[in-house]
Design a protein around this ligand. Structure first.
Ligand code: ADP
Ligand code: MG
Length: 289
């Protein structure tokens, strides 16, 4: 590769809002066989909204939301923000707050033990979800994330939280597919939710319900299966995956760590930048040969 052609390619990419932070990233990207993408904040906006609340065991909707909002006010997770926004302005004090990464949160509120999160978290705490699983599966099949609320160890409610797909995502994925690339999703979210979104977007392979530590292993497995791999993420829980990928692509609106770790940075969050980057990489390398 001549330095001049690399410079031209890098410059053309920059005009389109794609920063190649390392010269060899431009050369490596054309070798990619699979593009793995984080879900929340990468494929989707990362701004979920509370869509529905279903209560059981005589619990009152507004009361559950008040308690849940108080607990989630302590968490910075986008899911937490959605729940807190849906609660009242005046929230009760909480104590013994704990964030269980990739699973949910727990705390004490007004003398009650609150637990909010995934089915796995509820199973770990032996909460009986049988009255809520039908509704949860229904919501997940629509692409929403089902979250359970337990009060003093008893199932109280199902909260369905939904995160819209970013404008540009569908178009970007279609272009990447047309270039012969495999598409994979790697997410900590519910498997059913992830599969519903993957089906809608035509994503070939889904790895779901991975804990933050597991994203790295998921990347390694995908690379073994498909070959040279680019990973696109926003850095929330996925900085190690960005670092481990053959080409790490960070969303410019993501965390500082992601941007520092990445080989390529998309200045806007628009995934069409990934398709542009691959095209430029292929074109640049063709000119060189
Ligand atoms: P992602 O890969 O989509 O960023 P995370 O690893 O951050 O996923 O979270 C995985 C799952 O953990 C969520 O789908 C949710 O079930 C649960 N979870 C994480 N944080 C919270 C929270 N603050 N409140 C409730 N549930 C949570
Ligand atoms: Mg994310």
């Amino acid at each position: 590769a001549t330095p001049t052609s690399i410079m031209v390619g890098t410059g053309r990419a920059a005009e389109l809002g794609v920063l190649f932070r390392k010269g060899d990233a431009l050369q490596q990207l054309q070798q990619a066989r699979v593009i793995a993408l984080d879900k929340t904040g990468t494929l989707t906006l990362g701004r979920p909204e509370l869509e529905s609340v279903t209560t059981v065991n005589g619990f009152d909707r507004d009361e559950v939301l008040r308690l849940a909002a108080a607990v989630e006010a302590q968490s910075e997770h986008p899911i937490a923000t959605a729940i807190t926004r849906a609660g009242p302005a005046d929230l009760p004090a909480i104590s013994a707050f704990e964030s269980l990464t990739g699973l949910g949160v727990q705390a004490k509120v007004e003398g009650h033990d609150l637990l909010i999160g995934s089915p796995r978290l509820m199973a770990q705490n032996e909460v009986n979800l049988s009255d809520l699983t039908t509704e949860a599966d229904l919501r997940a099949n629509e692409g929403a994330t089902p979250l359970f609320v337990a009060v003093d160890g008893q199932a109280a409610a199902l909260l369905a939280v939904s995160d819209p797909v970013k404008p540009g995502t569908r178009d970007a994925l279609e272009r990447l597919h047309a270039m012969g690339l495999k598409l994979a999703m790697v997410t900590g979210d519910n498997a059913r939710t992830a599969q519903a979104l993957a089906d809608r977007l035509g994503i070939d392979h889904v790895t779901a319900e991975v804990l933050p530590d597991g994203k790295l292993a998921a990347i390694t497995a995908l690379r073994e299966q498909f070959g040279t791999l680019a990973f696109v993420g926003d850095g929330i829980n996925d900085a190690p995956a960005l670092a481990a990928a053959d080409i790490g692509v960070a969303i410019g609106t993501g965390t500082d760590v992601a941007i520092e770790t990445a080989d390529v940075v998309l200045m806007s969050g628009d995934l069409r930048g990934v398709a542009n980057a691959v095209e430029i990489s292929r074109r640049t390398m063709r000119n060189i040969r």
